[in-house]
Design a protein around this ligand. Structure first.
Ligand SMILES: NC(=O)c1ccc[n+]([C@@H]2O[C@H](COP(=O)([O-])OP(=O)(O)OC[C@H]3O[C@@H](n4cnc5c(N)ncnc54)[C@H](OP(=O)(O)O)[C@@H]3O)[C@@H](O)[C@H]2O)c1
Ligand SMILES: [Zn+2]
Ligand SMILES: [Zn+2]
Length: 335
């Protein structure tokens, strides 16, 4: 079949319309007619080859929502007409210990939607049907895309960092992932502190569930922080940050988890961890069971991203806004 895509043709390039021939494998693949696709900062990292694994032409887009139009013979849980979402992962072996434990996201044979095939900035997506998730009726298509990568990543990171409810949670970087982290943590009964470099986001933090917000650009904002110690902190910032200043905000046995991917190694003095037995961890997307769990929570607790919609053909305008950190809070392309 012929995919009508928007593709980067070289490192860091803008996206151009490109027709690409590709075929589903007929057994486990499905074809989705794309209606919406969110823009995640990982699309930016991949266009720029920040992780050294990009292949061009690269079709970004891994927060994909659409209608199933073709189903491989081995797929029985989906049929033409179903409304589904797809995130970062396009397939896994489904047989290894990680896969059978529900950690498909950590399978050694994992394949990504945009690194091992063509992504959702297109009219159609071909993907393994076992990584396409039926959407609950209560989750609108325009909001579902950002949940499929950004949403599951922060939901999983919060859970694995120990979030159960009734805790104090810090979120650093209030972009696509960060604002959804605030929403999930507050919807699940936590007091949430937003740490942001953007004054307007600090001002409206309460509107998406934060109890308080800190403008970290203000002199001494973290050193002089007067709030109660936090149980856990999730950082979504794609750049290096002063980790020790955040570690000092955690109570004993508190955990700081990184989902944002800075372009340089973290530099962390040990003492802020040692004195209160604090931990640092990092977390990749989520497994299939957790994605279903996240979608159910989104539906039942009304967790939806705040989005700006763009026509698919305006992808370069949207992408520039993501690079400029001026999207409030997630860009979604609409076909
Ligand atoms: N671990 C995973 O599995 C996983 C999954 C998806 C994405 N990611 C990664 O998570 C990170 C965030 O993704 P996203 O889509 O949420 O990005 P985003 O929408 O661009 O948000 C990133 C936020 O970080 C803050 N920030 C602070 N300093 C910044 C700087 N120098 N440049 C850019 N942003 C800065 C900004 O928040 P304020 O304005 O509030 O300061 C910005 O809104 C990316 O590195 C992405 O690759 C990881
Ligand atoms: Zn992503
Ligand atoms: Zn596996």
């Amino acid at each position: 079949m012929n995919l009508k895509t928007y593709a980067a043709t070289s490192v860091g390039s803008s996206l151009e319309f490109k027709s690409i021939d590709a075929e589903p494998n007929g057994t486990t693949d499905i074809v989705i007619k794309v209606t919406h696709c969110g823009i995640c900062h990982s699309d930016v990292h991949m266009i720029d080859n920040d992780w050294g694994m990009s292949q061009y032409p690269l079709v970004p887009g891994h927060e994909v929502v659409g209608e199933v139009v073709e189903v491989g013979g081995a797929i029985s849980h989906l049929k033409a007409g179903d409304r589904v979402g797809v995130g970062w992962q396009r397939s896994a072996c489904l047989e290894c210990d990680e896969c059978v434990s529900g950690n498909e996201n950590m399978c050694d044979q994992t394949k990504s939607v945009i690194g091992d095939g063509f992504g959702g900035f297109a009219d159609h997506l071909i993907v393994d049907g076992r990584f396409a998730f039926p959407l609950p009726d209560g989750v609108e298509s325009r909001f579902a895309g950002p949940l499929m990568c950004g949403g599951i990543t922060v939901y999983s990171a919060l859970r694995h960092a120990g979030m159960i409810g009734g805790q104090r949670v810090g979120v650093v970087g209030i972009g696509g992932l960060g604002h959804m982290a605030v929403k999930f943590a507050s919807a699940l009964g936590n007091e949430v502190v937003a740490f942001t470099t953007s004054p307007d986001k600090a001002e409206e933090a309460a509107s998406y569930g934060a109890s308080s917000a800190v403008n970290v650009r203000e002199e001494g904002a973290l050193e002089n922080y007067q709030g109660k110690p936090l149980d856990l902190i999730v950082s979504t910032v794609p750049k290096a940050l002063q980790v020790e200043l955040y570690l000092n905000l955690l109570k004993s046995d508190g955990t700081m988890s990184f989902v944002g991917v800075p372009d340089e190694p973290l530099s962390v003095p040990l003492f802020p961890m040692l004195v209160k037995r604090r931990r640092i961890m990092s977390s990749p997307i989520g497994g299939r069971a957790e994605i279903r769990d996240m979608l159910r929570v989104s539906d039942q607790c009304g967790v939806a991203p705040v989005i700006e919609e763009f026509a698919m053909a305006d992808v370069n305008t949207a992408m520039q806004k993501v690079r400029d950190n001026s999207v409030r809070y997630r860009a979604v392309l609409v076909n």
